[in-house]
Each structure stands twice: as C-alpha cells, then as structure tokens.
Design a protein around this ligand. Structure first.
Ligand code: NAD
Ligand code: MG
Length: 406
C-alpha cells in the first residue's frame, strides 16, 4: 500500500490537529503559519525548527504557543534558550534536536527544510506514522525508495505539498491509481524561458532570483531558473505516485495556473487549477481530508490566455540530467541532488556562472559512475554517506568546472 492516499479515503477530519513545522521560518513555513493564524482554534503547534535564525524562531514559537523549538546549528543553543526564557518553551539545537522535533507527538508534520538536510527529520516523522505534508523534494530525490518504504511500513500518510504533485494528488480523487494513463506536471519555465542560450549562459544571480510567478526560498528559485526543479519534481512524482519516467510528462505553462493533472485510461483529463500561491496546496494538506477557508482566490479572467509548450532540454540541460539519473537509478538521483546543492550554493556565492551549475552536476554524475559509487542507499546513513561522497566530489571538481568557458 502506498503511503500517499491515491484512492480517496472516507477519513474524517479531526476537530483539532496538532502540528509540527520543520523549516518554520522559510517561505513554505511562513505560508503554513499564515494559514494557521487564520484558524487558530483548529491547530495546536507542537514544535518548530529553523536553520540558524534563533530570534525569529523564538518569536514564532512564542506567538504560536509551541512546546519545543530547535535550531540546526548546535552553536546557537544558548542564543535560542535566552530568546525563549520565561516562555516555558523547550529549546534544542543540532541535527538530533531537529529529529526530536519530528518525533514529538504531532498528528501532522510539515516537512519544509531545504535540501537533503531534511531527510532524517522527515523520516523520523514518517517512522512514527504521522501525516507528513511533504514540501521538501530533495529527500525523495536523495532517498525516495527508502523513504516511501519506511513511510508505508509505519502506516504514515504522505501528502504532496509541492504544487504540481498536490495537483496530481487532487486529480487522482477522480479515479483510481490503476486507471491512470499519464501524469502531467507543469513548469513555469522560470525567468529564462524565452532567453536564447547565449544570454542564459551569462545570467547573473539577480536575474536568476527573479522568478516570474512564485515567491520562494533562494535554492528552489535557482532550481526553477535552471529547470533542475522540474527534473527533481519528475523524480519526486516517480516516488510519490509509483510512476515510471515515461508515465510522467512535463509541460511548460508560463502562467502557472494549471499546476498538474491526470489523463485517465478513458481519455478523460482532470487537472487542478488555482492561483500561483503555495498557500493553496498547503491549505489542502493542512485540513486534509477536509477543506479549510483559503487565503487567495483565482479570478476566471486569468484563464483567458493559457499556453503550453514542450520543455527545451538543450537550453535547460538540468532537465535532461535529472531524467537520465532517474533512468540510471541506484544512487544516481542521490548524486544528482547532492551535486546540485553544491552547485547552487556556489552560484549564489558567485563562484561559478549559471551554465556551470548543470556542468558541475553532469561532471559529478560521470565521476561517480566511473568510480562505481552509484549504489542505491538502503538506509538513511547510507543515503547520507552517498550524499556526502557526492558533495566532496562536486567540491573537488568545482575549480575545474568554474574555469570552463561557455
Ligand atoms: P526557504 O529557504 O525559504 O526555507 C527553508 C527552511 O528550512 C527555513 O526555515 C530554514 O531555516 C530551514 N533550513 C534551511 N537549511 C536547513 C538545514 N540545513 N537544516 C535545518 N533547517 C534548514 O525554502 P522554501 O522555499 O520554504 O523551501 C523549503 C522546501 O520546500 C524545499 O525543499 C523546496 O524545494 C520545497 N518547496 C518550496 C516551494 C516554495 O514555494 N517555496 C514550493 C514547492 C516545494
Ligand atoms: Mg513545484
């Protein structure tokens, strides 16, 4: 049985839900908090986490009445404790504290830490059979087989938050998984959708951070510009919906109104449409299996000019690399994700240019394959080990790739 409830279950929504927010201070975390603020009587906050911003985390924990707050950086424990003094809220710091936050008895856990760093805490929530609202896609790319297997074994429920996957999930309610012929996820195409390749190669950090439709954290915004985000999302869809690579289609849809859908075997197509606002899919997961009052509405006049086009893998090679990693299987997606995290950080630090992101990912995949380290991670420690090896390989290759002229 899949932990994603493909075939609508007649579950009853609880009167009050206890929730934990992993990555509470980020873009997804803040959108989740915004929805909770609108329905305070229905949600009790158990734990909140952040990477380093102890002051912002403590303020949030106080406002939401959380019982536990944890920062990822162990050096910030005293800072967080001081910020929380007198509140009765427990403080924690370091990777184990993030796992502890996930283990605490909340019914529902938002997994919104960026990157593979999300793996262990998200897995800890799944392992105790919680409802996991999964925004983070990197942990599925890094260790999807293992994650889905453990979630199923623990009886966890995994709800897709990523807008395209949430759209597919909502569309699935019109039929059964076995009746699906094709899964469609759309892509905005990012800020460089219409740019010629020569101009994309010269793109600056500022240009790449200017997403036309969505306001998101920096890592996913760069991934959207390179279209690696869509590549990661193909791998995410593969794990969430037990779909092979050729069952998943990507369509570039610059208006970001149709987020994704299903073609059923009878030719019927069901898609989910909505404003490009993450509070819509988050609200769907927060209240699931019921619906809550949302924060934004879509006016139908926005639907007048919807366009769709095939993605261009020549100008956006990251998409090709992600598909190839999915086909190769084993540890290739883990390596792809790790190398991409290093490449995006290096681009944001202005150490490499935009085209070097895909080049570094490709070089790391090739070098890993040549070294024969592409085994499929069997447990979280192995996933972390493959991830760390790939990161150090990517760091070693960085100077050589940075020197490449495009
Ligand atoms: P963000 O950078 O705005 O926020 C990330 C959150 O995680 C922050 O609370 C940060 O403090 C914390 N964090 C970052 N690195 C950490 C680490 N190493 N250890 C512990 N905590 C850490 O990112 P975001 O845009 O909110 O995205 C979060 C996740 O959701 C990503 O995996 C992203 O791909 C996914 N996602 C985001 C959007 C969106 O619209 N923002 C849409 C779909 C999916
Ligand atoms: Mg998405």
């Amino acid at each position: 049985m899949s932990p994603v409830p493909y075939d609508m279950t007649p579950a009853v929504a609880p009167v009050e839900r206890s929730v934990t927010l992993l990555g509470a201070t980020g873009s997804i975390g803040s959108s989740t908090v915004d929805l909770i603020r609108r329905a305070r009587d229905r949600y009790r906050v158990e734990a909140v986490t952040a990477a380093r911003n102890a002051a912002a985390l403590a303020a949030l924990a106080r406002e939401l009445g959380a019982r536990f707050a944890a920062v990822a950086d162990p050096a910030l424990y005293e800072d967080l404790k001081r910020e929380l003094s007198g509140s009765g809220i427990e403080a924690g710091a370091g990777p184990e504290a993030l796992v502890e936050a996930a283990r605490r008895p909340a019914d529902w856990v938002m997994a919104a830490i960026t990157g593979a760093a999300s793996l262990k805490p998200t897995l800890a929530a799944a392992d105790r059979g919680a409802i996991v609202a999964l925004a983070n896609k990197e942990c599925l790319v890094c260790a999807g087989t293992l994650f889905m297997r453990r979630a199923a074994a623990a009886g966890a429920t995994v709800l897709p938050v990523d807008s395209e996957h949430n759209a597919v999930f909502q569309s699935l309610a019109s039929g059964r998984r076995a009746e699906v012929a094709r899964i469609i996820i759309t892509a905005s195409g990012g800020p460089f959708r219409t740019w010629p390749i020569e101009r994309i190669r010269q793109a600056t950090v500022e240009e790449a951070l200017k997403h036309p439709n969505w306001s998101m954290g920096p890592k996913i915004t760069i991934d959207s510009a390179s279209m690696m985000n869509k590549g990661l999302e193909i791998i995410e869809a593969h794990h969430l919906f037990a779909a092979s690579a050729d069952e998943i289609d990507v369509l570039v849809h610059p208006q970001s109104i149709v987020h994704g859908g299903i073609e059923f075997v009878d030719g019927s197509m069901v898609a989910q449409i909505g404003p490009p606002d993450m509070r819509v899919p988050i609200a769907h997961c927060l209240a699931w299996p019921a619906r809550m009052a949302g924060a934004t509405r879509l006016s139908f006049d926005k639907l007048a000019n919807l366009t769709f086009e095939a993605p261009d893998e020549v100008r956006f090679p990251a998409l090709r690399l992600a598909k190839a990693a999915l086909t190769t299987g084993q540890g290739a997606p883990t390596v792809l994700n790790a190398a991409n995290e290093i490449a995006v950080a290096a681009f944001l630090d202005r150490k490499i240019g935009f085209p070097h992101i895909a080049a570094l990912v490709e070089a790391t995949l090739d070098a890993s394959a040549a070294r024969g380290v592409l085994r499929e991670p069997a447990d979280p420690d192995e996933a972390v080990a493959v991830d760390h090896t790939a990161r150090s390989l990517a760091r070693d290759l960085l100077p050589e790739i940075a020197a490449k002229a495009f």
